[in-house]
Design a protein around this ligand. Sequence first.
Ligand code: ZN
Length: 435
Amino acid sequence: MGAHGAEMHELVEQLYPICRSITGDGVRETLRHVSGHIPLRVHEVPTGTPAFDWTVPREWNIRDATITDSEGRRIVDFRHHTLHVMSYSAPIDERMQLEALRPHLHTLPDQPDQIPYRTSYYNENWGFCLSQRQLDVLDDGEYHVRIESTLADGSLTYGECVIPGAEQAEFLLTCHICHPSLANDNLSGIAVLTWLGRALAARTNRFTYRLLFIPGTIGSLTWLSRNEDVVGRIRHGLTLAGVGDAAALTYKRSRRGTADIDRAVGLLLCDRDRDARIEDFSPYGYDERQFCSPGFDLPVGCLMRSPHNTYPEYHTSADDPSFVQPASLADTFAFLLSLIDLLERNGHYRNMSPKGEPQLGKRGLYPSTGGPTARQEQLAMLWVLNLADGHHTLIDIVERSGMPWNAVASAAERLAATDLLSAVPTSEAQTRPEP
Ligand code: ZN
């Protein structure tokens, strides 16, 4: 198991029992746990605040919910599993016959032991979720249905952690925090992002990192509507979701498809794991659909392991902490660090001796020994010197040369330590016209 896998899994287990939704105390409690590990600013945005075409909804909180039979037995009990209540259920306290209750009961007939996950955020309703086996043994008769919830003006809560870097250019990393007791789809992203925040806060970075812990959809819309001034600084971005199951990594490209983040993942991912997959953008999925809406079109991709809705545990009680593997959390974390390393090292360089090939030997750059490694080092230096015209980035050079990232990046760093190569500041490189 890789570094931190067990600790991240422990956070998943701690957060698992909490009943989260898109608003409410479950989100606050979750963010309190996260803020024990990283410096987190918690924002409260009042009900009714507009967010483009949307509005921050009323806040939902729940204390208890049960279905009790005529003999007083608790047939369905929220205290046994947060999934038993449809999220955003309105309060109710009524006695009714099974037939009247049935339309409010949700099961998974194909997975008779699992409880489904259901929500009704924007349409006031109430409901219970239970296993098909629980439903099958219910007799006709009268049931007491009670949901002790409140739907009232309050606020939407999200967490933001900004880790300043040498540059104002930002790297945005987000996860959703709105699912109740679901481990892979929600808690895995929270755990990995928390540990990434710890790692980034403990070192010196080139980019400014902005980590968002937000409820899905309404959270990213709310953040975007309050941060249009920040949006222009976002150079790279990733939404993390479902990053703890045993499958290989899956990356979904940004809407642009050829942003640096898309290309960097392309260079790293398939070399690392031949089962890893890269998918094109589609306007469905997690919060990347808001960041990649045409009015923003940000370079934000989505990193997953099993994509949403492709595994039987998805949105069911089977997505519990045992479905999340410490080794998978650690692998996602390690991949993110290598991706960040690549993007931090990427940049524009200029050959300061561009007329003819410069003499490597007199600068001690010509390999004294032969062999394939030495030949690769030399070839990488020649590629860098040839394409370092201030317009090509190291990613461009890797793609054009077909050489490994590390060979090219190391060559550039070695050359930049001599008089032959000079790094072009990002700000200057960006004002240049496209070649
Ligand atoms: Zn989900």
